[in-house]
Design a protein around this ligand. Structure first.
Ligand SMILES: Nc1ncnc2c1ncn2[C@@H]1O[C@H](COP(=O)(O)OP(=O)(O)OP(=O)(O)O)[C@@H](O)[C@H]1O
Ligand SMILES: [Mg+2]
Length: 449
C-alpha cells in the first residue's frame, strides 16, 4: 500500500481517483493547484504522484521538473486530455514514469499505478551493481575464464614483436577489440592503426584500397592515392573479414607478405612496408582452405600466431563481469543511472544462447537501459528483449538445420524491417559486413515488387 498524491484542478477527477485508489488500500492526498501540490509533495514525500498537465497556476510539466529535482525516488504519472506528441515526449524526457489520457480508464489507472509501485519495490529491494572493482579503461577486455586468460597471455607475447596475427571467432566475440588492444600495447602504439574491411567492396576497389593507385590507373583515378598498407606505415594494418578477400587479391597479398614489397595499382615504383598485419575472420579459414576458397599458403603465412576467441556461450561465467562493465559504459554514454538488476536477470542472461556473442549482450543491455524507468532493469523487460531478439521462435526447431534456420531468421528479420540492412544487422547483433556476407552466402535477395 502506498501514499499517493493527486494534483488536478477538476474536483470530479480528484474525488473519483481518491475513491478508486482508496478502495485499493492506498492513502490518498490531494491538491488542486501546482503550487499546493508541490508544497504537499515536499512535506509528505509520497511514493506516487498523479499529475495533471493543465493546472490553473502553472504547467504540470514544470511541477514534474520540480518534483524530479528533489532527491526522492517518487514515480510521477502524467494525466491529460490532450495527446500531442511533443508534450508526451517532453514529459517522458523530464522523467515521468508514464503518461495516461483522460477520460481516465479505471483498468489502465490501476495497471499503471501497480506497475509504478512494482518498479519502486524492486528498486528498494535491489542493491546497486558494485562497480568499484572495475577498471576505468573503457577499452578493457573483460574475462576471467580459462580461455580468455590464455588470450591475454598471447596478447602480451605478440606485443613484443611484429609477428602476423590471425584472430578467429564468431561475430561479436571481440576480435576487433583484441586487435586494438594488441596495437595499444606495442612499442609502436603511437603509429597508426588502420582498418580495412575485406567484405566491404568489390575486388577492383578493394585492390586499390589496399595497395593504393596511381593517377590515371583507371577511369576515375584522378589523383594518386595511398592504400591502407601505406597509411599503416610502421603501425598496424587490421584486415577485417579476411575470409572474404577475393582469390586474386589473396595471391597478391601473399606476395606482399613474402617480400614486404608492393606497387600501387597502375604504378611501377616498388614500395616497402613494415606494418604489423592483424587479420580477423568469423569464418573458419581451415574449412575455406579445404573448399579451395582460401589460398593454403596464405593461410599458413597468416596464422603464425593464431588467436581463437571462444563464443560467449562457452564462457558464460564471464557474463556477470561483462554486464557490470557494459552498464557502466552505457550509463556513461547515455547519461543514465541504471545501476540495478532485478534478482534473476543475470541467471536469465546466462541461459541465453548469444548467437551474436558479446555484441548481442551489449545491445541487449542498451535496450534494457533505455526501457528502464528508474534505476533498475526488470526481469520481465529482459525476457521481452531476449525473446524478440533470439533466433528461435514459434516456428519450432524440428527439421531445421542450423544454416537453414539462420537463413530463415535473416530473411524474416530483413522482411520485418523493410529490407533495411543496417537495422537488421543491429537487431540480430551482428555487424553490417557480417550480414552482407551471410546474405551472399545464403543467396538471400529482396523479392522484386
Ligand atoms: N571481452 C570483452 N570485454 C569487453 N567488451 C567486449 C568484449 N568482447 C567484445 N566486447 C565488445 O563487444 C562489441 C563487439 O566486439 P568486436 O567488434 O570486437 O567483435 P568482432 O569479433 O570484431 O565482431 P564481427 O565479427 O561482427 O566484426 C564491441 O563493442 C566490443 O568492445
Ligand atoms: Mg569486427
Amino acid at each position: 500500500m502506498a501514499n499517493i498524491l493527486i494534483i488536478d484542478d477538476e474536483p470530479s477527477i480528484l474525488e473519483s481517483l481518491e475513491m478508486f485508489l482508496g478502495e485499493k488500500g492506498h492513502t490518498v492526498i490531494k491538491a488542486d493547484t501546482g503550487e499546493k501540490g508541490y508544497a504537499l509533495f515536499a512535506r509528505e514525500m509520497p511514493e506516487l504522484v498523479m499529475l495533471d498537465i493543465r493546472l490553473p497556476d502553472m504547467n504540470g510539466l514544470d511541477v514534474l521538473s520540480k518534483i524530479r529535482n528533489i532527491r526522492h525516488p517518487a514515480k510521477v504519472i502524467m494525466m491529460t486530455a490532450f495527446q500531442d506528441m511533443e508534450t508526451t515526449i517532453d514529459a517522458m524526457k523530464r522523467g515521468a514514469y508514464d503518461y495516461i489520457h483522460k477520460p481516465l480508464d479505471a483498468e489502465l489507472v490501476e495497471k499503471t499505478v501497480n506497475s509504478a509501485l512494482h518498479v519502486l519495490k524492486v528498486d528498494r529491494e535491489t542493491p546497486r551493481v558494485n562497480a568499484e572493482a572495475l577498471p576505468r579503461d573503457k577499452d578493457v577486455i573483460i574475462g576471467k575464464s580459462e580461455n580468455m586468460r590464455r588470450i591475454f597471455k598471447m596478447i602480451g607475447l605478440v606485443c613484443q614483436n611484429r609477428a602476423t596475427v590471425l584472430i578467429q571467432g564468431e561475430t561479436g566475440t571481440g576480435k576487433e577489440l583484441i586487435a586494438r588492444t594488441i596495437h595499444r600495447n606495442c612499442r609502436f602504439s603511437n603509429e597508426p592503426f588502420v582498418t580495412m574491411d575485406c567484405s566491404a567492396s568489390v575486388e577492383t576497389l578493394l585492390e586499390s584500397e589496399l595497395f593504393g593507385h596511381e593517377k590515371g590507373a583507371f577511369t576515375g583515378a584522378t589523383a594518386t592515392k595511398q592504400g591502407r598498407i601505406e597509411l599503416a606505415g610502421k603501425g598496424t594494418l587490421f584486415l577485417d573479414e579476411l575470409g572474404e578477400l577475393p582469390r586474386r587479391l589473396q595471391s597478391k597479398f601473399l606476395g606482399f607478405l613474402q617480400r614486404r614489397e608492393f606497387s600501387r595499382v597502375g604504378g611501377h615504383e616498388i614500395l616497402q612496408s613494415r606494418c604489423r598485419i592483424i587479420g580477423a575472420t568469423n569464418r573458419d579459414l581451415a574449412v575455406l582452405v579445404k573448399k579451395k576458397e582460401f589460398k593454403e599458403d596464405l593461410y599458413y603465412r597468416l596464422r603464425v600466431v593464431a588467436i581463437q576467441v571462444p563464443p560467449l556461450r562457452e564462457r558464460l561465467s564471464d557474463i556477470p563481469e561483462l554486464v557490470k562493465h557494459f552498464l557502466q559504459k552505457i550509463n556513461n554514454d547515455l547519461q543514465t543511472d541504471v545501476t540495478k538488476l532485478q534478482n534473476g536477470v543475470i541467471d536469465r542472461l546466462m541461459t541465453h544462447t548469444w548467437t551474436g556473442n558479446v555484441r548481442e549482450l551489449e545491445n541487449c543491455l542498451v535496450e534494457a537501459v533505455v526501457r528502464a524507468r528508474g534505476k533498475v532493469i526488470l526481469l520481465e523487460d529482459m525476457e521481452t528483449i531476449l525473446d524478440t531478439d533470439s533466433g528461435l521462435d514459434s516456428e519450432g526447431l524440428s527439421g531445421y538445420s542450423l544454416p537453414a534456420m539462420e537463413k530463415g531468421h535473416i530473411e524474416k528479420t530483413l522482411r520485418h524491417l523493410g529490407w533495411n540492412r543496417t537495422r537488421a544487422a543491429r537487431a540480430m547483433g551482428i555487424s553490417l559486413p557480417t550480414l552482407r556476407s551471410k546474405i551472399k552466402k545464403y543467396h538471400i535477395s529482396e523479392p522484386s515488387a
